[in-house]
Design a protein around this ligand. Structure first.
Ligand code: FCB
Length: 441
C-alpha cells in the first residue's frame, strides 16, 4: 500500500491516470512566434497579477518538452492532458498560421505517442489572442466562428493522433471569473459582458465540436469546473443564495451542453443581458458528447447579500485550507460525480480532469499535505465508482509548478518542483507516491 492508499488493482480494469498542464502556464509564450494574448495585456496592467508576472518564459516547456514528457511517462501515468495556444497557432487569432507553432504541437503529440501516453487535447485554456480581444473577445458573437477556424487549422494538423479533445477549459472561468468578477483576463466587471461571454463560450464549444466531428475525430468532451456551494447559515435566504451560486457556477453550462437549456434561476439575472436570438443557438451548444470532465478543488460558503442580482457574498469556512486559501472539502468531488451522472450525463463516461492543491513546497521537503489531499479525493472517486458512477479516469493538476494566473508563480500546484531561476525540475514526494501506486498491479 502506498501513501495514497491504493494500487491500480483497487480501480476498475482500464481506469486511467493522468496529469494536466496548460499552454500559457508552462510553454514560455514570448518564444516560438506566438502572438500576443489578453493574458500578456492583463498581466502588464498593475494590480492584476502578483508581481505583474506573466507567461513569457514560464517553465520553458517549449524547449524542455521532451524532459517533461519523460517525467510523465516515468511516473507511470497514462494520459497527458495538455492545451494548445490559439495565439501560437494563429498569432492574430485568424488568418495566417504560425508554422513553428503547428510544428511544435505536432512534435509534442508524437512525443506523447512515442512514450505510450494518451494525448488529451484542450483547445482553449484561457489565452485569447489580443487581436481578437480588440474586437470584443468573448463578448462578440463572431468569436464562435473564429474559434471554429482555429479548431479546424489545429485539428487538421494533430487531430488524427489525439486520444481525446475538449474545446474549452472551464467555461465558467472564461465567462464569469473573467467578465463578472474581473479576476482573470480581460478583467471586466460588467453583467452585460458576462451574459454574452457565458453564452458565446458555449456556442464556440458547439461549433468546435462540430468541426472536430467533421474531421472524423472521436472521444470529444467538455471540461467544466465545479465548486461545492454550501450556505453560510441555515437561514432560508442563505440557502437560496447558495442555490443561485450553484446555478451560475455548476448548472449553467451543464444545462446548456447536456439539455440545451439554461437554468431558469440563472436566467432570472442574466436573461435581460443576453444577446438577441440566443435561444436559437441552444441546439448548437448542445452537441452529442462522448464524456464529461470535472475539475474540482474546493467548496465555498455563500450568504445572502443586499444589492443587485445575484444578491450573494462568498465566504471561506473553517476547514483546513490550501496555499490558495481554498478549503479542503473532498466530499464535494463525490457530490459532483453523482450530481452530474444523476442529472445530466447518465451513463456517459466521466473523468476527473483536474484536482490537486497548491502548497508552499521547497525541493527538499516532502509534500505530504498534497499526498493527503489527493488520498482523500481519490477515496471519494472510488466511493462514487462503487455506487455505479461511470468514472473512467483521474487527472491530477498539475505535472509541475507553473504560472498560476493572477497569483503568478507563488502558488505551487506541481507534482514536480520547478526552480523558476534555473528551470530545474525535481519530482516531489507526491510524484513518487503516485509513481509507486501506479506501478503496483
Ligand atoms: C483551474 C485551471 C488551471 C489551474 C487550476 C489551479 O481552474 O484550469 O489552469 O489554474 O485551476
Amino acid at each position: 500500500m502506498s501513501g495514497l492508499g491504493f494500487t491500480r488493482a483497487d480501480w476498475p480494469e482500464g481506469f486511467l491516470f493522468g496529469v494536466a498542464t496548460s499552454a500559457y502556464q508552462i510553454e514560455g509564450h514570448a518564444q516560438g512566434g506566438a502572438g500576443r494574448t489578453h493574458w500578456d495585456d492583463f498581466a502588464a496592467t498593475p494590480g492584476n497579477v502578483v508581481r505583474a508576472e506573466n507567461g513569457a518564459l514560464a517553465c520553458d516547456h517549449l524547449n524542455r518538452w521532451a524532459e517533461d514528457l519523460d517525467l510523465i511517462a516515468g511516473g507511470g501515468f497514462d494520459i497527458y492532458r495538455f492545451s494548445t495556444s490559439w495565439a501560437r497557432v494563429l498569432p492574430e487569432g485568424r488568418g495566417a498560421a504560425n508554422p513553428e507553432g503547428l510544428d511544435f504541437y505536432d512534435r509534442l503529440v508524437d512525443g506523447m505517442l512515442a512514450r505510450g501516453l494518451k494525448p488529451a487535447l484542450t483547445l482553449y485554456h484561457w489565452e485569447l489572442p489580443s487581436a481578437l480581444n480588440d474586437l470584443g473577445g468573448w463578448r462578440n458573437r463572431d468569436i464562435a466562428g473564429w474559434f471554429a477556424e482555429y479548431a479546424e487549422v489545429l485539428c487538421r494538423r494533430i487531430g488524427d493522433r489525439v486520444w481525446s479533445a475538449a474545446p474549452i477549459n472551464e467555461p465558467w472561468c472564461v465567462g464569469w471569473l473573467s467578465h463578472f468578477l474581473g479576476a482573470h483576463a480581460p478583467g471586466l466587471r460588467d453583467i452585460r459582458a458576462t451574459a454574452r461571454a457565458m453564452h458565446h463560450v458555449g456556442l464556440a464549444h458547439g461549433n468546435a465540436t462540430q468541426v472536430m466531428r467533421g474531421l472524423g475525430m472521436g472521444n470529444l468532451g467538455a471540461v467544466c469546473n465545479f465548486e461545492y456551494a454550501l450556505p453560510l447559515s441555515d437561514s432560508a435566504e442563505d440557502i437560496a443564495a447558495a442555490k443561485r451560486y450553484d446555478g451560475i457556477y455548476n448548472r449553467w453550462f451543464l444545462g446548456a451542453m447536456f439539455k440545451g437549456a439554461y437554468p431558469e434561476d440563472v436566467l432570472e439575472g442574466l436573461g435581460p443581458h443576453m444577446p438577441d436570438g440566443w435561444q436559437e443557438d441552444m441546439a448548437t451548444i448542445c452537441q452529442p458528447l462522448d464524456w464529461l470532465g470535472l475539475n474540482y478543488y474546493t467548496c465555498k460558503r455563500i450568504a445572502h447579500a443586499e444589492g443587485p442580482w445575484p444578491h450573494l457574498s462568498e465566504h471561506v469556512g473553517a476547514l483546513p485550507q490550501t496555499q490558495m486559501g481554498w478549503e479542503i472539502c473532498p466530499e464535494g468531488l463525490g457530490h459532483f460525480l453523482r450530481f452530474a451522472r444523476d442529472n445530466y450525463t447518465v451513463d456517459l463516461p466521466l473523468y476527473v480532469t483536474e484536482n490537486g492543491m497548491a502548497n508552499p513546497d521547497t525541493p527538499d521537503q516532502p509534500d505530504t499535505a498534497r499526498i493527503d489531499y489527493l488520498r482523500a479525493h481519490f477515496a471519494q472517486a472510488r466511493e462514487a465508482i462503487s455506487e455505479g458512477v461511470p468514472l473512467k479516469g483521474y487527472i491530477v493538476w498539475s505535472l509541475m509548478d507553473n504560472y498560476e494566473w493572477a497569483l503568478g508563480y507563488e502558488k505551487r500546484f506541481g507534482l514536480v518542483h520547478v526552480d523558476f531561476d534555473s528551470l530545474q525540475r525535481r519530482p516531489k514526494a507526491s510524484y513518487q507516491a503516485l509513481k509507486a501506486a501506479l506501478a503496483q498491479a
